[in-house]
Each structure stands twice: as structure tokens, then as C-alpha cells.
Ligand binder design. Structure first.
Ligand code: MF3
Ligand code: CO
Ligand code: CO
Length: 326
């Protein structure tokens, strides 16, 4: 092949690939990376609020309750987590700092007689997780103001009456790039598909299969390193719920089990690049955008109950105005 032939072939291939496009907004090229900010002093919790077991030293006393009350208590904690998230939602606007969102979460948990589960859980310093853009999960609220075009996941967990309710959504901050809007929408749908795959007697890995199918059909990736989890008296317990198809996750979902589904979906690489020196903040390997939604669920005799909703709310919610336009 001559040089000229080679050049013509190359040109043809370039044409087939379409015109050159500016750096995709879902890659790090078009926006600056999230950086660690300053933390505010620790927020106090009034002494009348019961603490979760991990705040008591070894041998600390945690009052028990009859197992027959577990489901009712989980319903109350789940509803409370939803209420707290709905208090945060209207505050997610350009210019608000994630620390201000943390303050809302903190006070809203206490106002319900609950403890903000993340606070001092394994050394975590705040009451809420706020994960912006390429941060996959466990972002720590600080003095960074949210910027127009950011996407931010707010992850609420409340310890109420001896049990945890765990719930999160990703919000659009002002007008976002179309690809960011699509990522957030598809991630929300991934959670729905995961929930729809839950059935009593079914296998855990059917959940991840449904999520992965939906994410990959949209051209997105599924984070492997973080998983859904059993939740109840403990914040994180069995079963482990992968959000991708894992043939080894062949456990059976029995009625009465309470657990989370919380898919983390990426526009680019699904690998975790690194954890920040704070020991928590996890970012994508290529700094591409990532989104997450989470519900706490109960396997029932006939199907599944979403615990982190208000009475009358259904889980197939349209994008709320707060998420869609702000
Ligand atoms: N809420 C997170 C989850 O979905 C856990 C946060 S742990 C923390 O499992 F310490 F970072 F708060
Ligand atoms: Co969780
Ligand atoms: Co959570």
C-alpha cells in the first residue's frame, strides 16, 4: 500500500468516526476535578438521642427489642430516612456547600429522635455522605460550594428505635450537560430494575443481572467495589448485594430480609481509581462522572416493599422538579 493510499484510508476512517468533538462533558476534560475542602467542627448530638452500637465501646449496652417488632421499626426508620432526604433536596442549589447539606441532615435526624448513622461510624466525621461528579460514594461534606452542572449524591442513614434506614439520590445542580442528565436518569432506572428483580425465594444475583443489563445497554458501567448490604439493627450486614451479575451471589432472598440496593453507575471506567487520603472518598479511575441511588427494601411473602418512601409514594417516581431543573 502506498503512502497516498494509506492516507486516503485514514481519511475515510476519520470521516466514518464523524467530526472531531470537544472533550466530552462526562470526562474530566471539561470540568475541574473535585478536591478536598475544609471540614467544620464536629456537630454535637443531644444526649437523649440513643446511639448505635458502634458508638459504645466494647461491652456497651444496647437495649434489645422483640424480633416481631423489627419490620415495623424498619418501616419507621425507612420513612424517616426518606423525610430527611426530602428536607435536603430543595437545598441542593448552586452555591450551597456540602457542609450546609450535612447540617440539614444532622438536624433533621435529631428532630425525629434519630441518630445520623454515618457520624463516627468507623471514624467517618460527618452525618451525611455527599458525592460530587467523579466521586463514586462516601464523599465527606466540606466547604466546597456546589457549582452549576455538578451532580451530587446525598446519602442519608438514620438510626431510629434501634434500626437503620439507608437512602440516597443523585441531584442535578442547575443545568447539567445532557450526558450527565442521562447518567442520572439511567442510574435511577437501574435501581428500579434491581427492585423489580427481587422476589421471595429468588437469588441475590438476579438483582445485579437486571442492573447491569440496563446500565450496559445505555453504554454505562457498574461499579464492582461497593455493594448493597443487609441493614437493620446493624448498619452493614449480610447479605451482600452486587450490582453486576455475580454467579457466586447465589443466596436465596427469604421473606423478612431487609437490605439495600444502591447501584453506582459510571459514564466511563467502573474501576475505583483511588480512595482519598481521608480514607473514604472513592473516585472513578478516569475521573468520569458517576451517579447512585439507594433504597432500603423488605422481602415480603409476595414480593418486595420499599421502606424508604413516604406513605403513598411509589418507587417509579418521575424525575422530580428538584432533581430535573434546579
Ligand atoms: N450510607 C452508606 C451506604 O449506603 C454508608 C456510608 S458509611 C459512612 O452504605 F461512614 F461513610 F457514612
Ligand atoms: Co447502603
Ligand atoms: Co447509603
Amino acid at each position: 500500500m502506498t503512502k497516498r493510499q494509506q492516507k486516503r484510508r485514514l481519511d475515510r476512517r476519520r470521516d466514518a468516526a464523524g467530526p472531531a468533538v470537544p472533550a466530552a462533558p462526562t470526562t474530566a476534560g471539561a470540568r475541574s476535578r473535585v478536591r478536598a475542602g475544609r471540614l467544620s467542627p464536629e456537630r454535637p448530638v443531644p444526649s437523649h438521642i440513643p446511639r448505635p452500637p458502634y458508638l459504645h465501646g466494647p461491652g456497651g449496652f444496647v437495649p434489645s427489642f422483640p424480633p416481631g417488632q423489627l419490620v415495623e421499626r424498619m418501616r419507621a426508620a425507612g420513612r424517616a430516612a426518606r423525610e430527611v432526604l426530602l428536607e435536603i433536596a430543595p437545598a441542593v442549589v448552586p452555591g450551597v456547600t456540602t457542609d450546609e447539606l450535612d447540617a440539614i441532615a444532622h438536624e433533621a435526624c435529631i428532630a425525629r429522635g434519630g441518630y445520623p448513622s454515618p457520624l463516627n461510624y468507623r471514624g467517618y466525621p460527618k452525618s451525611l455522605c455527599t458525592s460530587i461528579n467523579e466521586v463514586i460514594c462516601h464523599g465527606i461534606p466540606d466547604d466546597r460550594p456546589l457549582d452549576v452542572g455538578d451532580i451530587v449524591n446525598c446519602d442519608v442513614t438514620i438510626y431510629l428505635d434501634g434500626v437503620h434506614g439507608d437512602h440516597s439520590e443523585t441531584f442535578l445542580v442547575g443545568e447539567c450537560e445532557p450526558e450527565a442528565v442521562r447518567l442520572v436518569r439511567v442510574t435511577r432506572e437501574c435501581l428500579w430494575h434491581g427492585i423489580a428483580a427481587v422476589r421471595p425465594g429468588g437469588r441475590v444475583n438476579e438483582i445485579g443481572r437486571a442492573i447491569q443489563d440496563h446500565a450496559e445497554a445505555a453504554g454505562f458501567g457498574v461499579v464492582r467495589m461497593f455493594v448493597g448490604h443487609g441493614v437493620g439493627r446493624e448498619f452493614h450486614t449480610t447479605p451482600t448485594i452486587p450490582h453486576y451479575y455475580d454467579p457466586d451471589a447465589d443466596g436465596i432472598l427469604e421473606p423478612g430480609v431487609t437490605f439495600t440496593i444502591e447501584p453506582m453507575i459510571t459514564a466511563g471506567s467502573y474501576e475505583v481509581g483511588r480512595i482519598w487520603p481521608d480514607g473514604w472518598t472513592a473516585v472513578t479511575a478516569d475521573a468520569s462522572l458517576t451517579a447512585q441511588f439507594e433504597h432500603t427494601l423488605l422481602v415480603t411473602a409476595s414480593g418486595v416493599e420499599v421502606l424508604t418512601l413516604l406513605p403513598g409514594e411509589s418507587w417509579e417516581l418521575p424525575l422530580r422538579d428538584a432533581s430535573a431543573r434546579r
